[in-house]
Design a protein around this ligand. Structure first.
Ligand code: SF4
Ligand code: SF4
Length: 451
């Protein structure tokens, strides 16, 4: 008969007087940060800080209204967000997942509501049979989640549809237009997500966890378990760190588990247990596996290191982010709210207007992308006696107004005129300091050769 393998030696933990509670409780910090990010998530579309209005084809960013024909700026603004998230993964690991991601915030909130409903029914009706208790708990939970799903779906859809328009559709129970149907589908998905999927989303669907594995290096922030060996071992195998982990993992096995979102709940749990027997916790945030344990590091390390700027690579990333942001803000501030496009219509080269004048047709495209009305004045240079067929001149454009029209540019042949005459067309919006300039040609009949 095979003898069973001998059990590992049990640590001889000497019980010491209890330590005071830990100064830093990550659960508390995280819930405060969650509240801040929740408010930001709700506020962004309503204050046009970031919103993609699909029906009107506009992108709102930092208060600027960008039109779809300014795609280059839109692209660089979206890239900036992608870059911020990637940079935060390199510097701070999965801090975005556990502190800022809406999926994480609402999933944890949904778990809290479920537990709250269970506790409430158990306390109020301790004598009810288990089946009745379950029905009551689930009724409360699903009712709260339904109301929350309508609200969250409304906020989420407001990133793509004008919020007032969306509200009108919601109150009229619009299930016929694309906007109304989209709102109903998003509500259903939100409800299913926060009742059934929740944190499973992070380990099955979300690609960010896998991306994080590629981005991290030896200095990336980790949640790490450190303990002595054999008789020096302090862990009392209480497994509280495993029980509190919503991702269902044991951080003691490895700090590189893909499921770990670096929330720090296991850190709080271990501190809570071991401080009662006079020891500090065994789990910490640490800048890579080789760095000093967090409490010691906190006392010794300079501020830049503690912020995650620990090597040239990280300082480089931070500088690129700062330059990118300045560049983006400079491009946005230099952007001209009034777009003017002028193109000669060469369907007919010129027209003899019968009064001795020659006319050239020009196509004009004006867009006021700003939020205030503006006037645009037009004139030409190097075309003697020319008359611009735009009335009135200046033209008034309301916010968001677009004008496309053709007009005639008329001129008498002047001495020295050629068949092709170069001139400059200028358009001055009232809210700009410099005019838009277009170098064009005015076509005249070929002068008859003199005999
Ligand atoms: S909470 Fe701490 S002491 Fe308890 S099992 Fe986890 S690491 Fe060990
Ligand atoms: S192992 Fe710890 S830090 Fe990682 S997800 Fe679980 S509780 Fe959060």
């Amino acid at each position: 008969m095979a003898t069973p393998p001998s059990a590992p030696p049990k640590p001889k933990l000497v019980r010491l007087p209890p330590l005071p509670p830990a100064d830093t409780v990550y659960h508390r910090i995280r819930k405060r940060v969650h509240l801040i990010f929740f408010l930001i998530f709700v506020a962004l579309p309503f204050f046009n800080v970031m919103r993609f209005d699909i029906p009107r084809q506009r992108f709102y960013f930092a208060g600027f209204e960008l039109w779809i024909n300014e795609f280059a700026i839109i692209f660089f603004a979206l890239m900036f967000f992608m870059f911020v998230i990637a940079a935060s993964a390199i510097l701070h690991g999965r801090v975005y997942c556990s502190y800022a991601c809406p999926q994480m915030i609402f999933s944890e909130w949904s778990i809290t509501v479920e537990r709250w409903a269970q506790q409430r029914i158990n306390r109020r009706f301790p004598k009810w049979p288990a089946a009745r208790k379950k029905i009551a708990q689930q009724s409360i939970f699903y009712s709260v989640l339904l109301v929350a799903s309508v609200f969250l779906a409304f906020v989420f859809t407001a990133y793509f549809v004008e919020p007032r328009d969306l509200l009108a559709r919601l109150f009229s129970f619009d299930l016929q237009t694309a906007g109304g149907i989209t709102g109903a589908i998003v509500t259903a998905i939100t409800f299913l997500d926060f009742t059934l999927v929740r944190l499973r989303f992070c380990t099955t669907v979300c690609p960010y966890g896998y991306l994080q594995g590629m981005l991290q290096d030896r200095n990336t922030l980790l949640v790490i378990y450190r303990d002595g060996k054999d008789e020096q071992k302090v862990c009392i195998e209480c497994k509280k760190c495993v029980r509190v982990c919503e991702m269902g993992i044991d951080i003691r096995e490895s700090p590189y588990q893909i499921e770990c979102v670096h929330c720090g709940e296991c850190i709080d749990a271990c501190e809570d247990v071991l401080r009662k027997v006079g020891r500090p916790g065994l789990i910490h945030y640490a800048w890579g596996e080789q760095s000093a344990p967090a409490p010691a590091a906190k006392q010794r390390e300079p501020l830049l290191h503690r912020l995650g700027l620990r090597d040239a690579k990280r300082i480089g990333i931070a500088l690129i982010l700062v330059f990118y942001l300045f560049g983006l803000m400079a491009v946005l501030s230099m952007r001209r709210p009034v777009m003017v496009r002028v193109i000669p219509d060469r369907t007919t080269l010129f027209q003899d207007l019968g009064d001795g004048r020659i006319g050239n047709t020009i196509r004009l495209h004006l867009v006021n992308r700003g939020s205030t009305p503006t006037e645009v004045r037009f004139w030409v240079e190097n075309l003697p006696g020319a008359e611009i067929g735009i009335t009135p001149n200046p033209l008034t454009l309301a916010p968001g107004e677009e004008i496309q029209r053709s007009f005639e540019l008329r001129a008498h042949p002047w001495s020295g005129a050629q068949d092709v005459n170069r001139f400059r067309f200028l358009a001055q919006p009232s809210n700009e300091t410099t005019p838009d300039q277009f170098d064009l040609t005015f076509i005249m009949p070929v002068p008859k050769p003199t005999r």
